[in-house]
Design a protein around this ligand. Structure first.
Ligand SMILES: C[S@@+](CC[C@H](N)C(=O)[O-])C[C@H]1O[C@@H](n2cnc3c(N)ncnc32)[C@H](O)[C@@H]1O
Length: 251
């Protein structure tokens, strides 16, 4: 088991300095940005769309609200939130990576999503928003890429309004041993090959698979959210725990 220390952190199965991790993750998403959506559909057989729909339904977002789609990448959640909050609401798509943000902005403009969406390049660890600002923060498949997850969770807590909620949807630990084995075979052997063929970059997809294995399991993430101050934290396993949706509130 790879153990991070005060100075080092996991980047997939390697230990690197914290600064290097942030840069290496940046390189991954600069490299995959153009074909990110296509790869998501191919790798998950389209199932990521259902995971995201479930996330939106679980968020409880309503008309007029202010929502942060954090590590929002190419904006799948933002598109749906934008329609839910309506013209008097606001959605901020924030991501650290300008290639992903650029791709997201282009895609949403083509889909006619304009008016109530703003784009912010920001590190989740140091959110450039006032305290008590958002009704809801959603982070989809972003948390495991963040260097200091605890710091980022505290930053999310700070910018949530009292009564607001944080929804984290992320790859997690399958609960069934057989499913886990099949999932391992598929992801360790197939995904880097698909990455090589489609994006000409096997390494980024090797990182993706390894980062999923290094991410805290369901109970650990629940504890991390509680330690950041969130209350009534609960989670639901989706697709047998391949993905888990955690939800917590600020009171
Ligand atoms: C796997 S993508 C998920 C994108 C989108 N949320 C989705 O579900 O399709 C992960 C995103 O996290 C972003 N990211 C990584 N580290 C970040 C950080 N420290 N702060 C903000 N965004 C970050 C990446 O740039 C990338 O766009």
């Amino acid at each position: 088991m790879i153990k991070s220390s005060k100075k080092t952190i996991d980047f997939g199965f390697r230990l690197v300095s914290k600064e290097d991790k942030t840069n290496l993750v940046g390189t991954v998403f600069h490299s995959v940005a153009l074909k990110y959506d296509l790869m998501n559909d191919l790798m998950s057989f389209g199932i990521h769309r259902l995971w995201k729909r479930f996330t939106i339904e679980s968020s409880g977002v309503r008309y007029n609200q202010r929502v942060l789609d954090l590590a929002g990448g190419t904006g799948d959640l933002t598109e749906k939130f934008s329609r839910l909050v309506g013209e008097k609401g606001e959605v901020i798509l924030a991501d650290i990576n300008d290639s992903m943000l650029h791709k997201g902005r282009e895609k949403l403009r083509d889909l006619g999503v304009v008016g109530n969406v703003n784009y912010v390049q920001a590190n989740a660890e140091e959110l450039p928003f006032p305290d008590n600002y958002f009704d809801c923060i959603a982070i989809a498949f972003g948390l495991r890429n963040i260097t200091d997850k605890n710091k980022a969770l505290c930053a999310m807590y700070r910018v949530l309004k009292p009564g607001g909620r944080l929804v984290v949807v992320e790859f997690s630990k399958p609960i069934n041993k057989l499913l886990n084995k099949a999932y391992d075979v598929y992801s360790f052997y197939m995904l880097p090959v698909m990455g090589q063929v489609i994006v000409n970059d096997a390494n980024s997809y090797r990182y993706l698979v390894e980062s999923i294995r290094m991410h805290p399991d369901q109970e650990t993430l629940k504890l991390m959210m509680e330690n950041a101050g969130l209350e009534h934290v609960s989670y639901i396993n989706i697709t047998g725990g391949i993905v888990a949706l955690h939800k917590g509130f600020k009171f």
